[in-house]
Design a protein around this ligand. Sequence first.
Ligand SMILES: Cc1cc2nc3c(=O)[nH]c(=O)nc-3n(C[C@H](O)[C@H](O)[C@H](O)COP(=O)(O)OP(=O)(O)OC[C@H]3O[C@@H](n4cnc5c(N)ncnc54)[C@H](O)[C@@H]3O)c2cc1C
Length: 309
Amino acid sequence: MNNMERELIIIGGGPAGLTSAVYACRGGLNAVLIEKSSVGGLIIKTDLVENYPGFPEGISGFDLAQLMEKQAARYGLEIVQGEVFEFKIDGQYKIVTTPQGEYRAKAVIIASGSELMRLNVPGEKEFMGRGVSYCATCDGPFFRGSKLVVVGGGDVAITEAIFLTQFADKVSIIHRRDQLRAGKLLQDRAMANDKIDFVWDSVVVAVEGKERVESVRLRNVKTGSEADLDASGVFVAIGFKPNTSYLQGILDLDGKGSVIVDAGGMMKTSLPGVFAAGDVRHNSVRQVAAAVGDGTVAALSVERFIRGS
Ligand SMILES: Cc1cc2nc3c(=O)[nH]c(=O)nc-3n(C[C@H](O)[C@H](O)[C@H](O)COP(=O)(O)OP(=O)(O)OC[C@H]3O[C@@H](n4cnc5c(N)ncnc54)[C@H](O)[C@@H]3O)c2cc1C
């Protein structure tokens, strides 16, 4: 093995990648994990994770990520800082290119997650974690008795709005068109829910408040008129973009760019020896517990692939 050759390359150091690493290193595989920014992934952006088993009082996303990293380090995981920008095939080897050089291995786990689409308006970044959220399942329970807005008109936005009515007194769905993209059943449920109302043909142009979110500024895209709407929480559900640009033309991806895995649930992609885990894969439920489950399966699949068991 040359110094850039490993048995396994894991791309992405979020919960899926770190879990794969724990299993792979503990199983004796020579693995490297390549992470382009902070190890821990998306979860480090959230104050409190209340739905990951084992932490009855909840745990900060940052602390949870650190524990996962510590556990992987205990089994000797090598972590390399750098962005994977190219993925090539050379016979049975997969070549992964980073600014630090090329790594090669017979097996790769893709765990590069996804990026949430942002509104890109003033106040959004400043109030992230203080009223601006991208995950109703994660943050909804913090908004009991509140007035909330959900931005978006697809299945995710409507599902999130319905979910939030368990906690909030009122949920306004802000949509830039005059009809929803969500499926009919979801639309009917939302329309029949007394706590939900709709603001059509409108976009959020600013998120406003002092310490926390207090209101959003809306613009009607047909008339151009602007108005403020009181809300203590803004849930952005306008989609996500899988981090798979380096895989275009190499692996089968779905229409959104998520990696397609086998129906048998072994996290196999269209290329032998390449597995995918977590938010990056098609049909992920986009939760830490699910990413951890995928990471486990992917690492065990790699062991079978390499050892032929
Ligand atoms: C604000 C917020 C709050 C959340 N709260 C909760 C919660 O309470 N409970 C819950 O279960 N889930 C929560 N989630 C969802 C959870 O964070 C994700 O489901 C989980 O992090 C997915 O793990 P992952 O490893 O698949 O991907 P990610 O966590 O996205 O990790 C992917 C990693 O890959 C890296 N990467 C990407 N591209 C490359 C590349 N080309 N080269 C190298 N590295 C790359 C990224 O930098 C990132 O670190 C929340 C998400 C957000 C945004």
